[in-house]
Design a protein around this ligand. Structure first.
Ligand code: HEC
Length: 108
């Protein structure tokens, strides 16, 4: 009985994680892709015009800490108003999952 419960629990946990990953991908598509592109390379009209960084670059991934990326999303950019603050639009959990999502964009 106990084993079955543990099995059920781990099953529903992994389902929850999968759903969460889907949600984050949807969030990226809905709110970030128009400028940053599906792959984070910013090969979009706005990305090119504003010279947005290619987030798939290992060098960029290495230079930015999770905290810095989180701060960018929460507070926006002081240098470029196109990058808005999302702290009033997204929950801290959503911002955290976007940071994790950005990590998956690293190429190679
Ligand atoms: C309207 C266009 C636009 C949208 C939508 C947008 N961004 Fe940005 N983003 C920018 C621009 C422009 C910059 C460059 C800012 C700068 O030069 O300081 C930027 C920079 C960033 C950076 C820092 C990159 C660096 O320079 O190190 C992160 C992280 C980021 N955006 C994440 C996001 C996330 C996550 C979303 C969705 C919730 C998002 N952005 C939506 C335009 C956008």
């Amino acid at each position: 009985m106990k084993t079955r419960y543990a099995l059920l629990l781990s099953l529903s946990l992994s389902l929850a994680t999968a759903a969460h990953a889907d949600e984050t991908a949807e969030l990226w598509t809905a709110k970030c892709k128009s400028c940053h592109g599906a792959d984070g390379k910013a090969q979009t009209p706005t990305g090119k015009k504003e010279s947005i960084v290619d987030m798939s670059q290992p060098a960029w991934q290495k230079a930015e800490s999770d905290a810095e990326i989180r701060k960018y999303i929460a507070n926006g950019s002081s240098k470029n108003k196109k990058m808005k603050a999302y702290k009033d639009k997204l929950s801290p959990e959503q911002i955290d999952s976007l940071v994790a999502y950005i990590r998956t964009l690293k190429k190679g």
